[in-house]
Each structure stands twice: as C-alpha cells, then as structure tokens.
Design a protein around this ligand. Structure first.
Ligand code: NAI
Ligand code: ISE
Length: 336
C-alpha cells in the first residue's frame, strides 16, 4: 500500500520532510499540500516536482478522500486545530513539535484521541531515533553506569531571527530535551528553575540568551541544560549522563579529523537539519510503515502533553525566578 500524505505548512521543515518522503523514503507519496502562503506551497511543489494538489486550507486537505495521513509542519500555535481536525476525520497525523502551544492544547488532543479509541498521532520528537541518543538509552537501560544521577546538557544554535523571544527558548527549543530526558530516564519531572547568566551581546532586547534550566525528576535525577541560541560557532547538542559507576556522553556527529596548517580539527555543523537528518528519516519511515500497517508507534500525544506540562512550568519559572513544582497527571492506560 502506498500511503497518500497531505502536508500542512510547507516552510523549512515541511519542505524537508516532503523531500525525504518523495526522494529518500519508501511507501509514501505526497498527494496534497497547503500553506497560508500559497506561493510557498506552489514553490515547494515546483522545486520537488510533486504530483500534488494544492489546497486552500488545512481542513479541506485533511478531509480529502485521497489523503490517508497528514503531516502538520505549520507554526506551533496552529498545530492543535489541525491535529484535532485529523482526529475528527479518523486520519493518522504526524505532528511536528510542539504538539500544541500549551499543555491545555495538548490535553484536548489527548482527550480527543482517547475518546476516538485508536492511536492516530505521532509527535516529531526525532531525537528518540538518533543513533547517539539510542546508544545512551541502551547503556542506561542496561545499567552500564549504575543508576543515572545527573545530566549536564546543552542545546546551542548558531543564531536565531529577531522573532525568536525569551519563552521560545523553552517551548520551541528546550521542548526536545523535555521529551528526550523523560524517554532516556524513564522518569517524569518534579521541579524546574530557570537562571540567566550574563546576556550575550549577540542577543536582542526581547531575548534573554543564554539561559540555564535546572530540572529535578521524580526519581531524584538533577539535570542542567544550557540553552544558548546565538552561540555563533555551530549547532551543538550535548548530553552527558553521570551515573553511579561512570559517565557516558552523547557521541559527536561523525566528522573528519583534519591535520592542516599546524591545526588538528573537526568541523562543527551549523544547521539542525544536518545534525538529525538520519533521525528524521527513521521517524518518518516508521510513521509511513505504521500507517500502512494500521498501527503506529513512536512518541505519542501523551508524550507531547507531558513535555508541554513541563514546558509551561519552565516558561513560568523564567519570570518567577523560583523553583516551580511540575505536577504530571497520571498517564491513561490507553498510552501504556
Ligand atoms: N523537529 C525539529 O527539529 C524541528 C521542528 N520544527 C517545527 O516545525 C514547525 C515548522 O517550523 P519551520 O518549518 O521551521 O517554520 P517555517 O516558518 O519555516 O514554516 C512554517 C510554514 O507553515 C506555514 N503556516 C503557518 N501557519 C499556517 C496555517 N495555519 N496553515 C497552513 N500553513 C501555515 C507558514 O506560512 C510557513 O510556510 C514548528 O512547529 C517547529 O517547531 C522546526 C524545525 C526543526
Ligand atoms: O526544532 C528546532 C527548532 O525549531 C528550534 O528553534 C531549534 O532551537 C532546535 O534546535 C531545532 O531542532
């Protein structure tokens, strides 16, 4: 079966995903696209030479008879309405992070999915498919360093546009860590605090950059994450897990070790698309295969919700300056 896919939002990642589905992966075909900016949708259809219909809006695309599954890659605040619309139509939906802008929005999606009685949503937390994070998870699960006690992490982007403001460091950027830590540690968060070092001169008036997020989990693991989105030098994701008997680090992306002009060096990536390209491929291939088998796997709506609950508290902690409690409701049996 070829899974016929409609894409809502053909910006950076929408185009990237449409490209991998039409040129790299198997079993899927882009048959429909839409974007609030119709020129953008047309440009992507042309650039990728897609045999796809361009729809005026996402809701009509979701309802189309020839669309089996939907990719939501529009701006974060628009995700909820499209995921709810896909659930109402009984269609599979892959939604880029964040699942919704707030925990309340994610909860409405969880409730609608549970009420429908069938798992239809996969959230785009692609780090769970990254070979380096999988090595970390395997080592933690096997107890190779004893129990995990502390994590020291960093999420650095070379630069961000002026539209990127202080809370986005949490709901747009840290959201990846909020998911991957729950998954790595098989744990949930208990408290959060955000502290602000001296501000970088490469930041702007609406953005406090860098930030340090301090998390505590239910099992007592302490985590510090540096979010630094104007670090200039590269796209750099770090994760070091300190256990009772040793320390494991997220592997660096593969790169040539070069000896030249009295220097010994490795290149550092500048673009998030390249850092996680293999993980994006695997997550979307699994989505397509899951839809074809009528049974999807991967990060659930509950995972999207759990990350958003923590994200909302971190945003609050940015302004309160306090250690804020994170209260996670019990996970419904549907997602276990
Ligand atoms: N998993 C990951 O590492 C990444 C995930 N993302 C997520 O993907 C989403 C899109 O991000 P980008 O592609 O970077 O943004 P973008 O701004 O490049 O593209 C978004 C596109 O959605 C369109 N759009 C906005 N509202 C719409 C609506 N209501 N209906 C239809 N189209 C609409 C815009 O016109 C734009 O073309 C965001 O939620 C972002 O957080 C983005 C980059 C990396
Ligand atoms: O999801 C992503 C972007 O939206 C976000 O803005 C970046 O900070 C992340 O590194 C990238 O993975």
């Amino acid at each position: 079966m070829t899974v016929r896919i409609g894409v809502i939002g053909t910006g950076m990642i929408g185009e990237d995903h449409a490209k991998r589905i039409s040129q790299t992966l198997t079993g899927g075909k882009i048959v429909a696209v839409t974007d609030v900016n119709p020129d953008q949708a047309r440009a992507v259809v042309d650039r990728l030479n897609l045999d796809a219909q361009i729809y005026d809006n996402g809701h009509d695309l979701i309802k189309a008879d020839n669309v089996d599954a939907v990719l939501v890659t529009s701006w974060g605040p628009t995700h909820e309405e499209y995921v709810l619309s896909a659930l109402a139509a009984g269609k599979y939906v892959f939604c880029e992070k964040p699942l919704a802008h707030t925990a309340d929005g994610c909860k409405r999606i969880v409730d609608a999915e549970v009420a429908g009685g069938k798992r239809l949503v996969q959230v785009g937390f692609m780090r769970r498919y990254d070979s380096g994070y999988l090595l970390l998870k395997n080592a933690i699960d096997k107890g190779q360093i004893g129990e995990a006690l502390m994590l020291h992490c960093a999420h650095r982007n070379p630069s961000v546009p002026e539209s990127y403001i202080t809370p986005m460091a949490i709901y747009d950027t840290l959201i990846h860590e909020l998911d991957v830590f729950r998954w790595l540690l098989d744990d949930d968060f208990k408290t959060a605090q955000v502290v602000f070092p001296r501000k970088s001169r490469y930041s702007h008036s609406q953005l406090a950059d860098p930030q340090i997020v301090l998390l505590e989990t239910v099992k007592g693991v302490r985590i510090d994450v540096e979010i630094f989105v104007n670090c200039q030098y590269g796209y750099d994701i770090q994760c070091s897990v300190v256990g009772e008997e040793g320390v494991i680090n997220l592997p660096e992306p593969e790169s040539l070790l070069m000896r030249k002009q009295a220097q010994l060096s490795n290149a550092i990536l500048m673009d998030w698309k390249k850092r996680f390209v293999a993980a994006f491929d695997v997550e979307l291939q699994m989505f397509i295969d899951g839809v074809a088998k009528d049974s999807i796997t991967g990060p659930t709506s509950w995972d999207g919700y759990a990350a958003a609950v923590a994200s909302d508290v971190c945003v609050l902690a940015q302004t309160s300056g306090q250690i804020e409690p994170i209260e996670m409701p019990e996970q419904p049996a549907f997602y276990r």
